[in-house]
Structure formats: C-alpha cells, structure tokens
Write a protein that binds this ligand. Structure first.
Ligand code: ADP
Ligand code: MG
Length: 279
C-alpha cells in the first residue's frame, strides 16, 4: 500500500518529572506514520508510553520536543476554541472507559447532541435529532438506546455510543486508546467488526492503541512496538507478529494469551527473568 501519510510524528519527547530527583521519559524520540485509510496499532506493556503518544497527537498533552503533523499541518496543544474545533474535525479520540463523555442523569443521545451543536451549526433541533438517530443506526443502536440513561446500556453499547460521538464530528482520523480492552471477547469482536465497517464506509484512519495482539491482527495494517517510551520495532502486522526481530517483541507475542492457554507468569516477570539471564 502506498497511502499518503495522514499523521506524521517526528522525534517526540516527553518527560514527566515526578519529584525533584525522579522523572520518567514517557516518550523518547518517537517517530511514526499513520497512512491514510489504514490502521496503525501501537502496542507495548502498561507504562510504555502509548497513551502519552495518543494524547500528544490529539493535542491533549504537550511534548518537550518533536513535532506532530496531521493532514500536513503541524499541531500543538491549545485551548483556543477555534483551533480545537478545527482539530476535532481531523481527529477524534475514543477511550477505554466510555463513561467519561456520558452524563449519568441524561439520555446517552445528549452527548451526541452536544457534539452536533459544536460541529453542525447548520442543523436545528429537529435536524440534530434526525442525525443522532442516523448515527445510532450506524453503530448498530436504536432510538430506544438513544433515549436510555447510561446505566441502562451494556459496556459494548456504551462504547458504540462513544464511537457514534466521535463520528458526529465527521473526523478523518480516530485515535482509539484501549477502546475494546474492557469488553468481553465476543462483544469485542462485534465492536471491531463495526470499526472495520466504519473505516471502509467513511475512509477513516485509525491509530489503535492496545496491549492485545489478537486485536492487532484483526484490525491493524501496521504496528509499532513501544517499550519505555521508545519505539523498538515497527512494520506491517505480518512482519512484526509473524517474524519479530526484537527479543522484547518475541516475548510480548510469546506471553500473549491464546485460547485454552493461561500465562503462568506476568509479562513483567518474564521480562525481568529474560534480562537477568542475559545480564
Ligand atoms: P501506557 O499508556 O503505555 O500504559 P502512559 O503513556 O500512560 O503508558 O505512561 C507512560 C509513563 O509516563 C508511565 O511511567 C506513566 O506513569 C508516566 N505518566 C504518564 N502520564 C503522566 C503524568 N501526567 N504525570 C506523571 N507521569 C505520567
Ligand atoms: Mg494507556
């Protein structure tokens, strides 16, 4: 595939200072490219910098150095309304916990309505209602779901609402940070199928953060492997998952749970052991 880059990340660095004496390099010279119309998976153990990368890309977090270009234009963190609205048209984010964007005391349609108010000033109240129902239908939900409170919906249904909310801004890119990680395997498969269909229907590009390699194989085209703030391996899904070059990637794959097989020890424990053995 020769798709043009839609996100270009170059030499990003971000260090968090935890105290006067301790700090953590959440991003250490990270460069990667998301090609238009494709899905780039970002994998790595907890704490490797995946969410920080996502947050810097969408402008929720600042970088110490480096650059992010989306659709050719450089972006930086901002609170300027106009800038945020413009960015929202380019890139939306879906998180692991859909609760964040839902108000407990309002029907879940309210969160979509809010998005439409911001991005579709051309629509009046009735127009927004019609669009809400259209978006719900697109993600496999009905009017009954739209008018329900969050507490009446399952985790999978709430994540569908979060996806509809992202779509409401009509973005080119969706950044998904562990968006299917909290779902049961069967629900996860359905949401992944939905995401694949939406990608095709809308020509979307995904930056897909997950620690689950079976999800990567299911949805991604390219993959970068992060460890301690660095990208240590990259390539197509076939290259990285079928022929990993780095010992860390090999370990990540070896310790991924398979059906009927339970890991005896945590990845962290396996890593420590491997490091001790090679020291
Ligand atoms: P991941 O998403 O891969 O689990 P994160 O990007 O959340 O990793 O975190 C990377 C590292 O940066 C971790 O060590 C984490 O504790 C640290 N970190 C992330 N955000 C902050 C923050 N706001 N303040 C301090 N440390 C942070
Ligand atoms: Mg994270």
């Amino acid at each position: 595939m020769t798709n043009e880059p839609i996100i270009e990340v170059e030499h990003l660095a971000r260090t968090f200072h935890l105290s006067r004496t301790s700090s953590v390099a959440a991003l250490d010279d990270v460069s990667c490219t998301l090609r238009a119309g494709t899905c780039l998976a970002v994998v790595g153990e907890s704490g490797s910098g995946k969410s920080t990368l996502a947050r810097v890309i969408v402008g929720l977090e600042s970088a110490d150095s480096g650059s992010v270009k989306i659709a050719g234009g450089a972006v930086s963190p901002t609170t300027a309304r106009r800038e945020l609205r413009k960015r929202a048209k380019l890139v939306q984010m879906v998180f692991q916990d859909p609760q964040g964007s839902l108000n407990r005391s309002l029907p879940v349609s309210a969160t979509i309505d809010e998005m439409l108010r911001a991005h579709r000033p051309d629509l009046d109240r009735a127009g927004r209602r019609a669009r809400v129902l259209e978006l719900f239908a697109e993600v496999g939900l009905t009017e009954r779901h739209a008018d329900a409170k969050p507490s009446a919906l399952s985790g999978g249904q709430k994540q569908r609402v979060a996806i509809a909310r992202a779509l409401a801004a009509e973005p080119q890119i969706i950044v998904l940070d562990e968006a299917v990680s909290a779902l049961d395997v069967s629900v996860q498969a359905q949401v992944l199928d939905l995401l694949k269909r939406l990608r095709a229907d809308h020509g979307l590009s995904y930056l897909f953060i997950t620690h689950d390699l079976s999800v990567v194989r299911d949805i991604a085209d390219d993959v970068v492997v992060m460890r301690s703030g660095k990208i240590i391996e990259r390539g197509t899904v076939g290259e990285v998952l079928d022929d990993p070059q780095e010992p860390y990637t090999q370990l990540l794959i070896a310790s991924a749970p398979r059906p009927g097989w339970k890991p005896q020890r945590s990845l962290r424990a396996a890593m420590l052991q491997a490091e001790e053995a090679s020291a």
